[in-house]
Write a protein that binds this ligand. Structure first.
Ligand code: PLP
Length: 400
């Protein structure tokens, strides 16, 4: 009998770890490594938010709170959902957790029974399938195509749904592609869900505010109000407010689900960090204009990276609407041999050879369920991006 649980055996080790470990090894050995793998903004948390945390400490707000969030934060979340998404929620419909990650995990743990299926569009954020497996469910991967800019079509969603489907996990703007669904594109998917009343939607709106070129973000319950009773709207302060380390995420949805999620949190981690909750109140209620300033920088970097990657031989890079990622295809590089003698059999081989021969660390597409591609995070300086893309161009020019 194995000491470790059978559940653990269902979960794969993160494929991104191999790249990260290799990059760290090369850096330790003195190699000039440029990491394009970061999943967080390189900006600092705004000062007013830090000040709110300091004030909370000074005021002795350092004790346990209600398990799923202080009333002030739940109120701020309700106001945010009304302001930004035109959604009406009461504090009883809101749960606050230790990052969006815990919220998503709580929701899956609270709802999945063995055999329950969860439709996950690919390319996907690496954690979704393994969270579903940990919670005892079955991930059903619905592959989007580069022809539709990595967005799932209504037919693809329809084909993935079975009588066992419990959830669709929807993520726009997407990690890893940056693709964001327009109102009409999302409406096509919500129309499918209307035909399948047993399917709920867990929408991960984490990158909501990071959109460019005047793109208008929208979320399922807003686009199709008839889905309100079977939607869990997940969001958090990590990305837009540069607060990844503060660990605050939240969701709004039907009260019985919110209560069930709170029950799981009450027997695992209890309340998210009290001080971070007060900081999040300030993030949501305070000035929002710095987001536009940050977005202007992100948009400039996106444009820089997309144009430089498209100039690399064998690489095709769509221009995504949001987040801080691009997801170029390397279909034109597969089957070739690098200047260093590596056979580029797939996107993992591409990323490994790129790292070893040029010191540029990217995450290969197979990690996100769609090959042959790689993910670039442009949440780093223009100088680092320019240098990294120049090295990618040289690497690709050296393929034969
Ligand atoms: C798509 C997506 N959802 C959720 C999360 C988790 O965010 P948090 O830091 O709030 O746990 C991330 C973080 O990388 C993400 O990319």
């Amino acid at each position: 009998m194995s000491f470790l649980s059978d559940t653990l055996a269902r979960v794969k080790p993160s494929p991104t770890i191999a790249v990260t470990t290799k990059a760290a090894e090369l850096k330790a050995a003195g190699k000039d490594v440029i990491g394009l793998g970061a999943g967080e903004p390189d900006f600092d948390t705004p000062q007013n938010i830090k000040d709110a945390a300091v004030a909370a400490i000074a005021a002795g707000k350092t004790k346990y709170t209600a398990v799923d969030g202080i009333p002030e934060l739940k109120q701020a979340i309700c106001a945010k959902l009304k302001r930004d998404n035109n959604l009406d929620y009461t504090p009883a419909q809101v749960s606050v957790g230790t990052g969006g990650k815990q919220i998503l995990y709580n929701a899956l743990m609270a709802t999945l029974n063995p055999g329950d299926e969860v439709v996950i569009p690919a390319p996907f954020w690496v954690s979704y399938p393994d969270m579903v497996l940990l919670a005892g469910g079955e991930p059903v991967i619905a592959e989007a195509s580069s022809q539709t800019a990595y967005k799932l079509t209504a037919d693809q969603l329809e084909a993935a749904i079975t009588p066992k489907t419990k959830w669709l996990i929807f993520n726009s703007p997407s990690n890893p592609t940056g693709a964001a669904y327009s109102w009409d594109e999302l409406k096509a998917l919500t129309d499918v869900l209307l035909r399948h009343p047993h399917v709920w939607v867990m929408t991960d709106d984490m990158y909501e505010h990071l959109v460019y070129d005047d793109f208008k973000f929208c979320t399922p319950a807003e686009v199709e109000p008839q889905l309100y009773d079977r939607t869990l709207t997940v969001n958090g302060v990590s990305k837009a407010y540069a607060m990844t380390g503060w660990r605050i995420g939240y969701a709004a949805g039907p009260v019985p689900l919110i209560k069930a999620m709170g029950k799981i949190q009450s027997q695992s981690t209890s309340n998210p960090c009290t001080i971070s909750q007060w900081a999040a109140v300030e993030a949501l209620n305070g000035p929002q204009d710095f987001i536009q300033d940050n977005n202007a920088i992100f948009q400039r970097r996106r444009d820089l990276v997309v144009s430089m990657l498209n100039a690399a031989e064998g690489v095709t890079c769509p221009t995504p609407e949001g987040a801080f990622y691009v997801y170029p295809s390397v279909a034109g590089c597969i089957g070739k041999t690098s200047a260093g003698g590596a056979k580029i059999v797939d996107d993992e081989a591409f990323a490994t050879a790129l790292l070893e021969e040029t010191g540029v660390a990217v995450v290969f597409g197979a990690a996100f369920g769609l090959s042959p591609c790689f993910r670039v995070s442009y949440a780093t300086s223009d100088a680092a991006l320019t240098e990294a893309c120049t090295r990618i161009q040289t690497f690709c020019a050296g393929l034969s």
